[in-house]
Design a protein around this ligand. Structure first.
Ligand code: RIB
Length: 314
């Protein structure tokens, strides 16, 4: 089973001709409410891949919270671990998306700040399971859960988004760290590691620091991974007709959820990255995040179009 300790947000998806700059007001004629939150999105991606997934988190007692739970449940995610807050509303996110597909996201955390590691019972922290987390829940709870999970031998994966610092020691409890290139630079700076524009070097520095495998996603340039033993891989994105791309918001979450599902079922690192890359690309063809996540059959039907992972020398 995959345990996801993560956020649930109701996303206000706002379409704009272009994103505002600081101090500017721009007008939009359209917004939609869609289920989101990195925890919910990644859970759904893993469930659609075919994994058994339990999501642990917290929502408000408002209609958004109930809708988010129901929507995930109807997609096969176990939500009995999603608790209700007594006093805070469900988390919300403003997702502004411009015509080019670029976006800006502001998260109002709401009930997510009350998620606690105690919501995850010892009974499910067993080594057959994989723990996936992001950085939209309280850092101390995330780090404590990571420490508990590592002690029980689970595979541990952290999508360090947003790039909030976690204690250096906690990195050592991770098997996989997944970051985009901006987050990789931010976390390397915070750890006072050498930074630069080379994603492979960044991944290598982080992999050595945390003795873990580090994956850096690079948008249209695909993703790279470096293991603690110094093995490195590069995977492109699945070639897409750019005129078909409608929304890139869910791509990173599709990548993380699918990667975890593939690793959990025993696929190798380069193969899991390949599946994740197809999932990330397919998600860009539909609006929203959760509603855009592909099923395993969708991924399999396009896998042939995806080049093989390339081993790179450091
Ligand atoms: O990664 C996209 C997600 O980030 C959105 O669904 C939003 O809720 C924020 O958590």
């Amino acid at each position: 089973m995959i345990i996801v300790f993560g956020s649930l947000n109701m996303d206000f998806m706002i379409s704009l001709d272009r994103l505002p700059v600081a101090g500017e007001t721009v007008l939009s004629t359209e917004y939609k409410l869609m289920p989101g939150g990195k925890g919910g999105n990644q859970s759904l991606a893993a469930a659609r891949f075919g994994s058994k997934v339990a999501l642990i988190g917290r929502v408000g007692t408002d209609s958004y919270g109930k809708d988010l739970r129901e929507s995930l449940k109807s997609n096969g995610v176990m939500v009995s671990g999603v608790a209700y807050s007594d006093d805070l509303p469900t988390g919300c996110a403003m997702v502004a998306k411009e015509a080019t597909g670029e976006n800006q996201i502001i998260v109002m955390s709401g009930a997510n700040v009350q998620a606690t590691h105690e919501q995850v019972p010892d009974e499910i922290l067993i080594k057959q399971n994989l723990l996936l987390m992001q950085m939209e829940l309280p850092v101390d709870q995330t780090v404590t859960l990571l420490t508990r999970a590592k002690a029980q031998g689970l595979i541990t994966v952290l999508n360090l988004a947003p790039a909030i610092m976690i204690p250096r020691k906690a990195l050592g409890h991770l098997d996989y760290l997944i970051v985009n290139s901006i987050e990789a630079t931010q976390i390397a700076e915070k750890l006072q590691l050498p930074t630069g524009n080379n994603a492979v070097k960044l991944a290598q520095a982080l992999a050595i620091e945390g003795q873990m495998t580090v994956i850096v996603t690079l948008g249209k340039k695909g993703s790279v991974a470096v293991t603690k033993d110094g093995e490195a891989w590069s995977v492109p994105i699945m070639p897409l007709d750019q005129s078909e791309v409608v929304d890139i918001t869910g791509a990173g979450d599709a990548y993380c959820g699918t990667f975890c599902a593939a690793i959990h079922e025993g696929k190798s690192l380069p193969e899991a990255m390949r599946f994740a890359s197809v999932a990330g690309s397919l998600t860009c063809l539909k609006p929203g995040t959760q509603e855009a996540m592909p099923y395993l059959d969708d991924i399999l039907s396009r896998l042939d179009e995806m080049p093989q992972a390339e081993k790179i020398s450091l």
